[in-house]
Every structure is written in structure tokens, then in C-alpha cells.
Design a protein around this ligand. Sequence first.
Ligand code: AP5
Length: 212
Amino acid sequence: MKLIFIGPPGSGKGTQAKRLASRFAIPHISTGDMLREAVADGTALGQQAAPIMASGGLVSDDLMIGIINDRLAKSDAGRGFILDGFPRTIVQAEKLDGLVGNGEEPLRVLQLLVPDDAIVRRITLRRTCASCGAIYHLENNPPANDSVCDRCGAEVIARADDTEEAVRKRLESFHRQTMPVAAYYKSKNVLREVDGIGPVDEVFERIEKSLA
Ligand code: AP5
């Protein structure tokens, strides 16, 4: 399966993509996670991306396409993959078509629908494990022990871009730059829309049904 998750910030792409990747035993490729790793490692890419991400803007298409090109060339992606956070612009979508669009397995695209007014609360109460990337929510799914990850015991923190101000900017870029990507895939008849409101298990069931 070659699957793309599209959705606004905080719509549950990471939460659902991790589950689906483990169900199908294919890699979950999150460009946000890859960038955050580069920031944590202090690489040249990370230094370039950090201020853009913290302000809620988008990293340049050239950089992102280079990252995805390298990642999809790795052998584990040959079995299929779930892309989370890419493509986010029409330029990225067209480039991805050139990279993988002609294979036997067609690209499938799943759009998670969550209205803007639900997003800010989800994001400002999100906590993420600094080590394994597990995703929590202080109300819906808190770690058992305050700021310690249930899965690996590392510290659970708020992301640098999870401020209300940055979230509003991320939402604005989603509507302006990424909604046209959803329309692009709709016109190719490969897009399925899934309601992202409701308990995580219910949303997962809807996703499984829509992929069946
Ligand atoms: P990225 O990491 O991709 O961020 P995003 O798209 O803004 O999405 P999020 O990770 O914030 O949310 P999510 O949809 O994964 O939701 P989650 O499952 O965590 O990108 C970050 C930045 O990197 C970008 O702003 C940009 O600067 C840069 N970047 C990345 N890719 C790029 C690209 N291709 N081009 C250019 N720049 C790029 O869930 C959110 C919260 O809600 C959690 O607390 C979770 O527990 C909770 N939750 C999940 N599901 C539910 C539910 N059903 N009900 C209630 N709560 C729920």
C-alpha cells in the first residue's frame, strides 16, 4: 500500500498513521518527525528548518522533495509506505507523482476532516515523547505518569510549534497550500475523505473501512 494522509495540523494524521503502519507492517514516513529529528541533532537541515517550523511556516519545496526522494529510495519503502505530512503543496504532489506515481500499486490518499475550531484544543494539549515520538493528549489520552512516556520512559514534552499563534499560521497554510493538494487528488479519483471527529478507535475503524 502506498498511502498519503492529508489533514490539518492536529487532525490525527500521526496518531492514525502509526497504527496503520503497524497493522500493515510498512514504514510511517512523517516529514514533520524527520525535520524534528534534524532539529534535535543540530544538522544543517535542522538549523534551517527550526525557525520556519516554530513560526508555523512551510519548509521549502526543494528541501522537502530532496528529503522524500532519499527516504523513498530506502529498501523498506519498496513494500509500501504511509506518507504523513507530504505532499503539502502542488509542487510536492507533482514531484511525488514523478517518483512513485507510475508503479503497479496506485497512490491512495486519505483526508482526515476535522474543523478548525476543534484543532486548537487538540494541539495545545498535545504532548509528544521526545525519544520514541509517542503522541499523547492531556485530556483524551494522557501518559499514566505525568510527563513520562508510557512506552519508553523518556520525557513527554510540548512541541515548539504547538503554540496557539503557530497553530493558527499552520492552519492558514493548510487551507491555502494543502487544500489544493486534496483537490488535485480528488480530480484523479484517488482521494477518500474520513471524518476525524470521535474517539481514536472509531476514527481508525472508519479509516480501515474506507481502505477496504
Ligand atoms: P507536521 O509534524 O507534519 O505537523 P502537522 O501537519 O501540523 O500535523 P501535526 O503533527 O501537528 O498533527 P497530526 O495531524 O499528526 O495530529 P496528531 O496525531 O499528533 O509538520 C510540522 C512542521 O514541519 C510544519 O508546520 C512545517 O513547518 C514542516 N513540514 C513538515 N512537512 C513539510 C512539507 N512536506 N513541506 C513543508 N514543510 C513541512 O494529533 C494531535 C493531537 O490530537 C494529539 O494530542 C492526539 O492525541 C489528539 N488526537 C488525535 N486523534 C484524536 C481524536 N480522534 N480525538 C481527540 N483527540 C485526538
